[in-house]
Design a protein around this ligand. Structure first.
Ligand SMILES: Nc1nc2c(ncn2[C@@H]2O[C@H](COP(=O)(O)OP(=O)(O)OP(=O)(O)O)[C@@H](O)[C@H]2O)c(=O)[nH]1
Ligand SMILES: [Mg+2]
Length: 507
């Protein structure tokens, strides 16, 4: 097997939600028979799914930008826009999803396990859905929300049975090349291997995989050399093989001190690992020792010298040469035995079809803070909260009625009230969003503006054109409207102090 890409940054974007539509039904003798604008469809999400057939992350390396389909626009006649289908991305078993700060979001193990990387935007409500007793024929609809955009890091740890651990140039790649069909690069300079190579070994009836990984040097567990790259790969291997170079001429190096250095790194890394999924710490996994390069006479002598010390530590020792192929057969059979034992002891496979979603956020709250702009020194009020943000995104600012609706929603949630309490007065700058990304308003409390709006609400003129009103009807309508205005004013005040009325478009 060739080398594989094991770490990619995926730029995922959910599909935008379709816009709702404002439309009025036409009937033969009633051309304006009520709102009938359909909702926009939800955008599709980007979803990772474990597919046991997938072995690499290569395709995401080639095309790392992935966007799910958009939701369709709502239409008249109560037709809703089509939903954008989810974009399903297949990933190998054992793919770890992290955010850009390295925090693990999901560890995808088991066929069918899913993770939603980027949620599609919600479709906007059409005017049919926005209609209420108070707002019989809304002349606006809500915009679809943009899909979520998120960059995640996908990491694949090789899930080989055996990992070769050793200093650079110890002969790890040479070993995998002689016992399997893998053809990694071999050279006499350190860090020849930069990405792991996997090889398949057949020994008797047992078939297993060996991972040749980048060389390990002291300090690797703190990230020296290719250390962390390396250590990440062996997290999931059942058996470790120490490949010790008996022919190195580097001062201060010999098989025993090399082994100590390697074990120290494994221990240091295990300490940080927090061993996920109940795996055995690296320091406790079955291991054996290979003394390599015994075709070199001095190396053979050294190997024979250190063997008793190693065996005294309880380690099985194999003297080999990848050059002359001496000692390879006993090694591959000994590994087969360890792999079989590890497989027999392996915990039952984890349940499939676990669906992991990005952490749920509580979107009920909001905050209002009085702040001072760093550059201009101007005072403004910052409104933060998932609902206010979403409502702003859903608002078509070219439509006054839609803006009025936003103001009503904010008032209902209690934002207005909180602004007042925080000291805002008419004309103050109000920002809804975050410190860096916000929509800016000049605040106009809806107490005043709301009454104007409420006067017209529920008596939409377009719906009343059908028959010309008589004088009596006009008078009746006038008194009704005045009553409604008073009622609305009262309602606003009670609402401000007590609860809210129910509204289908509230969330
Ligand atoms: N004489 C002799 N040389 C060997 C033997 N095995 C490997 N070498 C040489 O050692 C050097 C390093 O071999 P590699 O297999 O690339 O070593 P590595 O451990 O994969 O090294 P990195 O990928 O850098 O960590 C090469 O020049 C090989 O030809 C052996 O059994 N005998
Ligand atoms: Mg190598």
């Amino acid at each position: 097997m060739a080398s594989f890409v094991d770490r990619v940054v995926l730029h995922a974007a959910g599909g935008d939600g379709g816009h709702g539509v404002a439309s009025i039904r036409r009937e033969k003798f009633k051309p304006l028979a009520g709102p009938d604008g359909g909702d926009g469809g939800d955008g599709g999400s980007v979803v990772l799914v474990v597919d046991p057939q997938a072995t690499t992350l290569l395709e995401y390396h080639h095309s790392p930008h992935r966007r799910a389909p958009k939701g369709g626009q709502g239409m008249g006649d109560e037709r809703d826009g089509a939903k954008g289908g989810d974009l399903v991305l297949r990933v190998p078993d054992g793919t770890v999803v992290k955010d850009r700060d390295g925090e693990v979001l999901a560890d995808l193990v088991g066929a069918g396990t899913q993770f939603v990387v980027a949620q599609g935007g919600r479709g906007g409500l059409g005017n049919k859905a926005l209609a209420s007793p108070k707002r019989k024929a809304p002349g606006f609809a809500l915009l679809g929300e943009p899909g979520e955009e998120r960059d995640v890091v996908l990491e694949l740890k090789s899930i080989a049975d055996v990992a070769l651990v050793g200093f650079p140039s110890a002969g790890k790649s040479s070993l995998i090349a002689t016992v399997s069909a893998a053809r990694p690069k071999i050279a006499d300079y350190p860090f020849t291997t930069l990405v792991p190579n996997l090889g398949v070994v057949q020994a008797g009836d047992t078939r297993y995989t060996i991972a040749d990984v980048p060389g390990l040097i002291p300090g690797a567990s703190e990230g020296r050399g290719l250390g962390l790259e390396f250590l990440r790969h062996i997290e999931r291997t059942a058996v470790l093989v120490h490949v010790l170079d008996c022919a190195t001429l580097e001062p201060g190096r010999d098989p025993l001190s090399d082994l100590d250095a390697l074990e120290a790194e494994l221990a240091a890394y295990s300490g940080d690992l927090g061993i996920s999924g109940g795996r055995v710490p690296l320091t406790e996994r079955p291991r054996l020792v290979v003394l390599n390069k015994i075709d070199v006479p001095e190396a053979r002598e050294l190997a024979e010298l250190v063997r008793p010390d190693l065996e005294a530590r309880g380690l099985r020792v194999f003297e080999i040469s990848t050059a002359s192929h001496e000692g390879l057969r006993p090694l591959t059979f000994a590994l087969a035995e360890l792999v079989e034992q590890a497989r027999a002891a392996a915990p039952a496979p984890e349940p499939a079809r676990v669906v992991l979603r990005p952490r749920a956020v509580d979107d009920s709250g909001f905050t209002v803070e009085r702040r001072t702009d760093g550059s201009t020194g101007d005072v403004y009020f910052l409104v933060q909260g998932a609902k206010p943000r979403r409502w702003v995104r859903q608002t078509d600012f070219n439509n006054d009625e839609a803006v009025g609706f936003l103001a009503d929603r904010l008032a209902k949630l209690g934002v207005e009230d909180r602004l007042l309490k925080t000291g805002a007065v008419a004309g103050d700058e109000v920002r809804i969003g975050t410190e860096t990304d916000a929509v800016v308003f000049d605040w106009e409390p809806t107490m005043a503006a709301g009454v104007e709006l409420l006067g017209a609400r529920g008596t939409d003129l377009r719906l009343e054109e059908t028959a010309r009103p008589t004088r009596g009807e006009k008078r009746k309508e006038y008194t009704e409207r005045m009553d409604a205005k008073t009622a609305a004013r009262e309602e606003l005040w009670t609402e401000r102090s007590a609860g809210h009325w129910a509204d289908p478009s509230d969330d």
